[in-house]
Design a protein around this ligand. Structure first.
Ligand SMILES: [Zn+2]
Length: 737
C-alpha cells in the first residue's frame, strides 16, 4: 500500500528537544492484528489502552528520559528507513501517549502541539468524572480466589465438549419453548402487565440482578481461563438502576483476538445456557399450580435470552457486542474511528481538505463507513423511541428528555459545525467551499422540514354500519325481535329481499291466544245481545250488560294487540338480512328472539371516535376552507381507498364508543375502561364522527375501517411537534408525574 507520508513536520522543533519517557506504571503487551505485530500500552490507573505499531514501539522504547525526541528519532531510522515513524507520526504518538497520561516529561512552553492535546485531555478527564457521577461504580469483592477455585469446573464447560453440551441444551430448550407459542405470548403479556401484575416488576428486577451476576462471572471465568486476572466485582448504577459488573479489562491485553472475543461473549454464552435451563423447567411447570415459580422461570428465560440478545449482543450499543465486533474486525475504538472516517470522507471529498493522518487500510473502510451510518441511524431511532415511550408514561420527563434530545441532536452539532467552519485551521483556503456546502445542506434541511408544506392528516378507526333512518338524532334499530311468543307458521320474505316499511315478514301463531280472542269475542257478542234485549225492559240488567260488554271489549282489544304483536314487520324500507330464518319454521319462538334484521345497504355510514385535539383541528380550523374529504380503507381490503361523503361530528363528547370494534379489545385503537364488560366505555371522553359512504360495491357492514382525513398542508416540524404534544396530553391523567 502506497501512502503519501510526509517525512518532516513544521512543528518538529516544538518537540525535538523534549526528553520524555514512558510512565513507570505503563504495561506493554504484544498483539497480532491483521498479521502485523502491535504493542498495547496500558495505563493501569485509568484503564486506557493504546495500540502502537512495531516501528512506533521501537521509537517509544528508545525514550528513556535522557534521550531527546530528536536523538531517538535519528536512532530509529528517521528519514532513512522506510517503515520508521515520520516526524508527524512521532508527534502523533507523543501526544497520544501524553494525553493518556502515559508519558513523563516537562512540557516546554514551546510544545504547543502537546499542550493542545493536553487541553483535550483535561476535557476528557472532566468527561470521565461526569461519567463517574452518572454511572458510579463500587467494587466490593475481589473474586480472584473464588475464580481460581472454581476454574477447573468452568474450564470443562469452556471446552469443545462443553460447546457440544451447550448446543444440545440450547437446542432442546428452543424445541420445547418455541412451539408453545401461545403460552409464551400470554406469559409475556402477563409479565409486563403494569396494571394487573405490577408486583412482577420487582421479581423482574431481582431476576435481572441474579442473571447479570451470572453474566459477569461468565466474563470473569473466561478471562481467568486464558490467564487474565479479575480483581473487582461490584455494583454500578445503570440509569439509576444498580446492577452488577466485573472488571475483566485485563482481557483487553490478550494477544489473541479469538481469546478476547471469547471473553467478550462469555457473559452471553453462560446467560443463554442459564436461560435454556429455565426455559426447559418453565415448559414442565404448571402455571396454575405454581404461579410464582412459573413467573420467576419465565422472567429468567426472558431476561437471559431476549433482553441479552437485544442489549448485550447489539454492536450498535456499547456493550459486549460492540467490543466483540471491534475485535473481530480488528478495529479498536470502532465507534470513534468510524465517525472520524465518515466525517473525513466529507472533509476530504467535499471540502477538499488534505488528510493529516494516514487513512485506515482499504479493508476497514467499508466497515467503518457502514458502522458510522448504522450507529447514527440507530442512535436517533432509539433516542426518539425512548422519548416517546417516556412521554407516554411520564409526560413531564418526556418533555424534558425531548428538550435534552433537541439540544444534543440539534443545538450542539450546529454549534460544533459552526465553530469548525469559522475557526478550524484545517479549513485554511477551503473555508468558503466548506461554508457554501454546509449552508446548502442546512438550507435543504430547513426547507424540507420547516418550510415546505406537506398534507396533514387526522387518522382514526371507524366501523362500517348500515345507514338506517334516524329519528330524534338516534338511528332506528333494524333488528327483528319478536314481541310475543308463539309458533312460527309463516315466513313471508326471503333473506336479502328488499322489503317496504311495515311489510309483514314473519307470522307467529299462539293457539291459546287465538282461542281466548274467540271466547272474548263470543262473550262480547253475548253481552251486546243481552244488552239489546234488556234495553227497554230492565234498566239495571242493561247497565250490567253494558259493563260486561265494556270489559270484554277491552279484553278483546288486548287480545288483538297481542295477536298483532305476533307479526314481525319491517321497521323501515331496506334489505332483509336473515340468513337463518328458515330454521325457525314451525318452531316455538320465545318472546325477544332476534330473527334477523332489516338494513339500509345502499347507503352505509362509517362511525368513529376522535380525540378532542383532532376535533379542534378538523372542525375549528380556519385553514380548512374546503369540505373535509375522508378516505376510507376497509380492514377486509386495505389496498382500496373509498371516498367517503361529508364528515359530520356529533355535538357532545361522550365516553361511549360508537361501536365496541373501535376499542382496543375489538381490535381498534381507543383505550377502553377495563371495568366495562361491554368494552364500550372509553378511558377519555371522545367525540363521535360519522361519514356517509354510498354502497355501490356491496361492502359488508359490521367491519372495521381506517379513516384518514386530509386537513391542510403543514411543514413536518410543526406536525411532529403537535403529535408529540398530543401524545402527552392524551395520556395525561391529570397528574404530570
Ligand atoms: Zn457482558
Amino acid at each position: 500500500m502506497l501512502q503519501l507520508r510526509p517525512t518532516f513536520s513544521e512543528s518538529w522543533y516544538r518537540v525535538a528537544a523534549l526528553k520524555p519517557k514512558l510512565r513507570a506504571g505503563a504495561q506493554i503487551s504484544r498483539q497480532f492484528y491483521r498479521g502485523d505485530r502491535w504493542y498495547v500500552v496500558r495505563d493501569p490507573a485509568g484503564n486506557q489502552f493504546h495500540r502502537l505499531s512495531d516501528p512506533a514501539y521501537r521509537f517509544v522504547g528508545l525514550l528513556n528520559g535522557k534521550r531527546s525526541v530528536e536523538q531517538a528519532w535519528d536512532l530509529v531510522g528517521g528519514q532513512l528507513e522506510d517503515d520508521a515513524p515520520t516526524q508527524p507520526e512521532v508527534i502523533q504518538i507523543l501526544s497520544q501517549l501524553y494525553s493518556a497520561n502515559l508519558l513523563e516529561t516537562d512540557i516546554t512552553p514551546d510544545a504547543t502541539v502537546l499542550l493542545r492535546r493536553h487541553k483535550k485531555m483535561v476535557e476528557r478527564k472532566l468527561q470521565g468524572r461526569l461519567m463517574n457521577v452518572l454511572f458510579p461504580r463500587w467494587g466490593f469483592w475481589d473474586p480472584d480466589k473464588f475464580l481460581k477455585h472454581w476454574l477447573p469446573v468452568m474450564q470443562t464447560l469452556f471446552s469443545w465438549a462443553g460447546a457440544v453440551v451447550w448446543l444440545l441444551v440450547v437446542g432442546l430448550a428452543l424445541s420445547l419453548v418455541l412451539p408453545d407459542w401461545t403460552r409464551l405470548k400470554a406469559a409475556t403479556e402477563h409479565a409486563f402487565d403494569l396494571q394487573g401484575n405490577w408486583e412482577n416488576l420487582f421479581w423482574l428486577y431481582g431476576v435481572f440482578v441474579f442473571v447479570k451476576v451470572i453474566h459477569e462471572l461468565g466474563h470473569a471465568f473466561a478471562c481467568r481461563r486464558f490467564g487474565g486476572e479479575c480483581h473487582e466485582l461490584g455494583v454500578m448504577l445503570l440509569v439509576f438502576m444498580p446492577c452488577p459488573y466485573v472488571d475483566a479489562s485485563t482481557a483487553w491485553g490478550f494477544p489473541s483476538k479469538w481469546q478476547r472475543i471469547f471473553v467478550g461473549s462469555a457473559g452471553m454464552i453462560v446467560e443463554l445456557f442459564f436461560a435454556s435451563f429455565c426455559g426447559i423447567a418453565w415448559h414442565f411447570v404448571d402455571d396454575a399450580a405454581y404461579p410464582i415459580l412459573s413467573q420467576l422461570l419465565y422472567n429468567a428465560l426472558f431476561i437471559a435470552s431476549v433482553s441479552t440478545l437485544i442489549f448485550n449482543a447489539n454492536p450498535l450499543l456499547r456493550y459486549d457486542g460492540y467490543y466483540i465486533l471491534s475485535d473481530a474486525l480488528e478495529i479498536p475504538n470502532l465507534r470513534q474511528k468510524s465517525t472520524e472516517y465518515a466525517l473525513g470522507l466529507i472533509k476530504r471529498h467535499i471540502f477538499r481538505v488534505k488528510a493529516t493522518q494516514p487513512l485506515p487500510p482499504w479493508g476497514q473502510r467499508i466497515w467503518l463507513f457502514l458502522y458510522a451510518v448504522a450507529s447514527s441511524i440507530y442512535r436517533v431511532f432509539i433516542g426518539i423511541m425512548i422519548v416517546v415511550l417516556v412521554a407516554f408514561k411520564v409526560p413531564i420527563l418526556g418533555v424534558l428528555m425531548a428538550i435534552g434530545g433537541a439540544v444534543t441532536w440539534a443545538v450542539v452539532p450546529v454549534y460544533k459545525v459552526t465553530k469548525y467552519l469559522l475557526l478550524d485551521p484545517e479549513l485554511h483556503r477551503k473555508r468558503t467551499r466548506a461554508m457554501l456546502f454546509s449552508g446548502a445542506v442546512a438550507a435543504a434541511l430547513v426547507l424540507g422540514f420547516g418550510v415546505i408544506k406537506f398534507p396533514r392528516h387526522v387518522e382514526f378507526n371507524g366501523v362500517v354500519l348500515p345507514a338506517n333512518p334516524v329519528t330524534d338524532g338516534r338511528q332506528i334499530s333494524g333488528m327483528l325481535t319478536t314481541r310475543g311468543a308463539g309458533r312460527l307458521v309463516e315466513i313471508l320474505a326471503q333473506d336479502h329481499q328488499y322489503v317496504e316499511k311495515g311489510q309483514l315478514l314473519v307470522h307467529l301463531e299462539d293457539p291459546e291466544l287465538t282461542c281466548k280472542a274467540r271466547e272474548d269475542q263470543a262473550e262480547l257478542n253475548a253481552a251486546l245481545a243481552r244488552a239489546t234485549r234488556d234495553a227497554f225492559t230492565d234498566l239495571n240488567a242493561f247497565q250490567a250488560d253494558q259493563a260486561y260488554a265494556k270489559a270484554y271489549r277491552e279484553a278483546l282489544e288486548r287480545d288483538e294487540k297481542q295477536l298483532a304483536e305476533l307479526d314481525v314487520r319491517a321497521p323501515f324500507a331496506g334489505v332483509l338480512i336473515a340468513p337463518k330464518i328458515e330454521q325457525f319454521q314451525d318452531n316455538l319462538i320465545p318472546r325477544g328472539t332476534t330473527l334477523g334484521q332489516v338494513a339500509v345497504l345502499d347507503k352505509l355510514e362509517v362511525r368513529g371516535n376522535i380525540e378532542q385535539t383532532d376535533y379542534e383541528l378538523l372542525f375549528n380550523n380556519k385553514a380548512t376552507t374546503e369540505a373535509l374529504k375522508p378516505e376510507i380503507r376497509l380492514v377486509s381490503n386495505q389496498a382500496r381507498i373509498l371516498k367517503g361523503g361529508e364528515l359530520t361530528p356529533l355535538p357532545a363528547a361522550t365516553d361511549q364508543l360508537a361501536h365496541p370494534a373501535i376499542g382496543t379489545p375489538g381490535g381498534g385503537t381507543i383505550q377502553v375502561d377495563p371495568r366495562d364488560p361491554h368494552g364500550r366505555r372509553a378511558r377519555q371522553p371522545e367525540l363521535e364522527v360519522r361519514i356517509q359512504l354510498p354502497n355501490d360495491t356491496r361492502i359488508t357492514p359490521g367491519q372495521r375501517a381506517y379513516v384518514r382525513v386530509t386537513i391542510d398542508r403543514t411543514p413536518y416540524l410543526y406536525e411532529w411537534t403537535r403529535r408529540f404534544l398530543q401524545l402527552i396530553s392524551s395520556h395525561d391523567t391529570g397528574k404530570w408525574l
